[in-house]
Design a protein around this ligand. Structure first.
Ligand code: ZN
Ligand code: ZN
Length: 269
């Protein structure tokens, strides 16, 4: 299974929904969730996702794939959402329409102003790290999401495992526990160039120290390729499994409930 998947729709990925489903079928993936970066009505974050008016087309493509591959594999329609409280009601409506939502923070956005620096550009200050953590915990607490994607993404731009990094990681992990939301070991970070720190080379994410801390809790963990290309649908799956094993973490599985024709509700078990 893979529930974190991006197609050409996001503008920085490639492959059609149909190509992804064919790739999933070839790899005996029983559950393929498409999770395009979710556009919002005011087109905030537009550079990293489809336009708001492409929603119908994306969801229709997913629907077509569901029908085409019925009986062979389950295709779930989803979105990866950058959460702000101002979009809560909107996301709730999206969630009712599709099969599941996942959550991530890519920008240090603020409720009041447009814009917000990308977590991927420039190094994060201690203050930025706290902003990231606040945003992440608000998303996890919203009750909308199946799991939090790459919770340790801050490590892409924050290099030291200091008191701040520890406090922020602890806050994110404890928030996931208290809201019964899973956290994701994300393969996409393993594909990015390694980061050189004083302790040696490491993945930008997943961050070992984060997951060592997570293993001290009864945390629910999932893994996904976060593929932006059909050829990468299964990429690094073994590495993520080993990473989880090395950190004494076990992946949870998904329960699929059929709630309508080609419509599902997905929960963690
Ligand atoms: Zn993306
Ligand atoms: Zn993603």
């Amino acid at each position: 299974m893979n529930l974190h998947t991006h197609s050409f729709y996001c503008g920085h990925g490639c492959g059609t929904i149909s190509e992804y489903v064919q790739e999933a079928a070839k790899n005996s993936i029983a559950l393929l969730g498409m999770s395009e970066h979710c556009p919002v009505p005011d087109d905030r974050w537009q550079k990293t996702r489809m336009d708001y008016d492409q929603i119908a087309s994306y969801e229709a493509d997913c629907q077509k794939a569901k029908e085409q591959f019925a009986g062979q594999l389950v295709v779930a329609t989803g979105y990866e959402c950058d959460y702000l409280a101002r979009y809560h009601q909107y996301y709730k409506e999206v969630k009712d329409r599709v099969d599941y939502l996942i959550f991530a923070i890519h920008d240090l956005a603020s409720e009041d102003t447009q814009g917000g620096a990308s977590v991927f550009y420039g190094s994060l200050t201690k203050e930025d790290l706290h902003t990231y953590t606040d945003l992440y915990c608000k998303g996890l607490s919203s009750g909308l999401f199946l799991f939090g994607a790459h919770p340790d993404l801050f490590a892409y731009s924050y290099y030291t495992w200091d008191a701040e990094a520890k406090a922020c990681s602890k806050a994110i992990i404890e928030c996931a526990i208290s809201n019964n939301v899973a956290l994701e070991i994300n393969a996409n970070g393993m594909r990015k160039p390694a980061i050189r720190t004083e302790e040696g080379h490491r993945f930008p994410y997943p961050l070992s120290a984060f997951w060592e801390m997570a293993a001290e809790y009864p945390i629910k963990v999932v893994t996904n390729s976060d593929a932006h290309n059909p050829a990468l649908l299964r990429d690094r799956f073994e590495d993520c499994s080993h990473f989880a094993e090395d950190h004494n973490l076990q992946f949870c599985s998904y329960d699929l409930e059929i709630t309508g024709q080609n419509k599902y509700s997905i929960s963690l078990s």
